[in-house]
Design a protein around this ligand. Sequence first.
Ligand code: BES
Ligand code: ZN
Ligand code: ZN
Length: 488
Amino acid sequence: MKVEFLKKDVSSVSADLMVVPCFRGKIPAWVHSELVKAGVEGDFSGEKGKAYMLPVKGKPYKRLMFIGLGKEKFVELDEFRLAAAKAVRGAKAARLRDVAVWVDFSGAARHSEKDIAAAIVEGALLSDLKLAPYKKKKKEERKLGRLSIVSGLDLGPAVEEARALAESQNYARLVAVEPANIMTPRKLAEAAKSLAKEYGFGFKVMNRAEMKKKGMNGILAVSSGSAQEPVFIEMTYNAGKKLPFVALVGKGITFDSGGISIKPSKGMDTMKFDKCGAIMMMGVMRAAAEMRLPVRITALIPATENMPSGSATKPGDIIKMYNGKTVEILNTDAEGRLILGDALAYAAEAKPDLIIDAATLTGAVLIVLGRHGIGMLGTDKGVMKEMYDCGMETWEKVWELPLWKEYSEMIKGDYADLKNIGSESGEAGTITAAAFLKEFVGNIPWVHLDIAGVEWSDGEAGYFCKGPTGKGVRLVATFLKKWCGKRK
Ligand code: BES
Ligand code: ZN
Ligand code: ZN
C-alpha cells in the first residue's frame, strides 16, 4: 500500500473512499449535511466503533465512510488505529482500492493531529498485512492501493515516520510467521544479511566454531541437541561518530521444544515464535535506518534451536558462560537466559550507553500481564520511565516489575555461581529470569523486555490478524528517537 500526505481540502481529493473519523456529538457541519442529503441523519452520531458508508454523487470520491470514535474527552490515541483498521476492512469488503482519510479536527482536545495522523497510518498498514504465505491464494486478492492522509495542517513528516514504523513492524511480522523448518538459525542470518545489505548496516555472523573459541557456552549448550548450526548475528547502524550508542539484544530461539526438559506436545507448535525478540530488533534496526535516527546501534542476535537428542544438554550440567560465570542448568527449557547471558556480556564489552534486550522469555509474564503488556525490568529508572511513556504512545504497553536483591539470591547456584531457574514451583518466574540476565550486563544501564505475552495474536484482534504482531518494534524505535534526541 502506498502512503501519501495531501495538504488539500476534502472536497478536492479524488479517491474510491473518503473516510471521516468523527467524535460523538461533534460531527462536522458538512458531514451532517451529507447525512441529511441522503435522508439518514438519524443513523450516525459518532458512537464509538460504528462505521457508516454512503454513496456520493458529484464529488471526486465515490463513497464516504464515517467512523465513530466516541466522546472526545475519553478517546485514546489507539482508537484511531482501530478506526483505520475498520476503514481498511470496509474498503476491502466493498472492493475499493484507494482510500483517503480526512484528519482535521480544528484542534482536537486530547491528541495532536500529528499523533492522530500517525496512528491512522499505523492502524491502516498493520491491518492491511496478510500472513498466510503458504496458503493457496484466492483468485483475486483484495489489497489496498493507496492511503492518503488529507488535512489542511502540515502532517507530512508525521505520516512519513508512521509509515516507516509500521512497515518495519510488518517486516518483522513477515519474518516471524515463517515456521521453524524454514526459518532456521542460518535462514535468520540470511534474512538479517539481506536487511543489512538493503540499509547499509555493518554485518557479521559467528558460527559454532567461532563461538566455541570465544567461550560462548550458553549458546552452545542450548544448541547442542540440534542438527541446525547456531549463529551469532551482529549488525551495526552508525549515523556518525560520538553519537549515543545503544546495544540491542534479541532472543532468537527458532524453535523451543524445551530440550530434555521437554514441553507438553499440546501447543508446542507455538514455540516457533520464540525467535520474536531477535526479529523485533531487526525491525527496530530497519525503522532506525528509515527514520535516519542520529544514533549508533549494535544489534546482537544469538540464534539456535532448543532440541532434545543424545547430544543435548542434560539437567544438572554445568557450563561456563562468556563472562566466566558458571551456571548449573537445572531446566533445559530455561534456555533463553543462557543464550542471552552470553550475548549481553558480549554487548557490555563494547561499553554502550545502554543495553536493551527483548525476549519471549517466560510463560510467567502471561500470568502477570496476560496478552496486553510487556514485562519490563532493568537497572535504569529514568530509561524505564521513558519506555513506559513510549508504551502508552505506541500502545505497545510495558509494565515494570521489581528486581530487588532477594530475587538475585533465588538464582544463586549450589554447585556453580548461578542456576538457570529460581525455584521448581516457578515463583516470580519473570523476575528470576531477569535477575539471571542482570548477572551479565556488568555496570551498563540495561532494560529487559519480556515480550512472551504479546508477540502472537490468536485471532483477528483490532488491527492485528491471527499470527505474529511484531509488537515492540514501534515501542523501541520510538524510545530510541526520544533517547538519542535528548543525549545529542
Ligand atoms: N520460550 C519459553 C517462554 C514461554 C513459555 C513463552 C510459554 C510463551 C509461553 C521459555 O524458553 C521457557 O520455556 N521458559 C520456561 C522457564 C521455566 C522452565 C523456568 C517457562 O516460562 O515455563
Ligand atoms: Zn524454553
Ligand atoms: Zn524459549
